[in-house]
Ligand binder design. Structure first.
Ligand SMILES: Cc1cc2nc3c(=O)[nH]c(=O)nc-3n(C[C@H](O)[C@H](O)[C@H](O)COP(=O)(O)O)c2cc1C
Length: 184
């Protein structure tokens, strides 16, 4: 069976803790963002917005890394790329609040994650960061909501992680059964 069918990639995807130092080329980031942009969205608003920084862009990388909570920073700062995932909270046509900005951006991110898997790139998203600080660090406007930070890169050596992270990384991934998702 083709190992890179969409369904296989969806199931094989996971959020790693060990990242290698290998650079994720900008063209690969652009390919993943291209997949993200084809997500459906309410009124085709496409509210998702992104800001990504390579590790070698030291100053800007630190502007994101420094906003992460300690428990995330310890592993995420080794990723090749950090990306702010954001959304415009209002509709462009009438400035009314867009209640679907998070929903739509989540779908865009799933597109990103699966496209990344096609390139053997893994992504670990984090809500554990200081959104106000990140907003200030990059001068991001008030109509944009900062949702998460994504650590992006190739898989690293699990053995290089501190013991407590190795334990976490080895934990079995679990999911609710389909039956548990059905109401009524
Ligand atoms: C919106 C969001 C926020 C998350 N925040 C964090 C976080 O702050 N720290 C962390 O280690 N993982 C975080 N995660 C990763 C989840 O814990 C992970 O996706 C979940 O446990 C399922 O594991 P899997 O992605 O390996 O399948 C987050 C995931 C999402 C989608």
């Amino acid at each position: 069976m083709n190992e890179k069918t969409t369904n296989t990639l969806i199931k094989k995807r996971y959020s790693p803790l060990a990242f290698s130092a290998q650079v994720v080329e900008t063209r690969i980031m652009m390919a993943c963002l291209d997949a993200a942009r084809w997500a459906p969205s309410a009124f085709n608003e496409q509210p998702w917005r992104f800001l990504f920084v390579h590790k070698h862009e030291t100053e800007n990388f630190e502007k994101i890394a420094s906003t992460l909570v300690a428990g995330n920073k310890e592993w995420a700062e080794h990723a090749a790329v950090l990306m702010l995932v954001m959304a415009k909270t209002t509709f462009s046509t009438n400035n009314n609040p867009n209640p679907f900005h998070l929903y739509d951006t989540g779908m865009a991110m799933q597109g990103f994650l699966i496209a990344a898997m096609e390139h053997d790139v893994l992504v670990h998203q984090m809500a554990g960061f200081d959104a106000d600080k990140a907003r200030e660090n990059f001068g991001i406007g008030e109509d944009i909501r900062l949702i998460s930070v994504a650590a992006i890169g190739y898989l690293g050596e699990m053995e290089a992680l501190p013991e407590h992270l190795q334990v976490r990384a080895k934990r079995e991934r679990t999911r609710k059964s389909v039956e548990e998702l059905l109401i009524g």
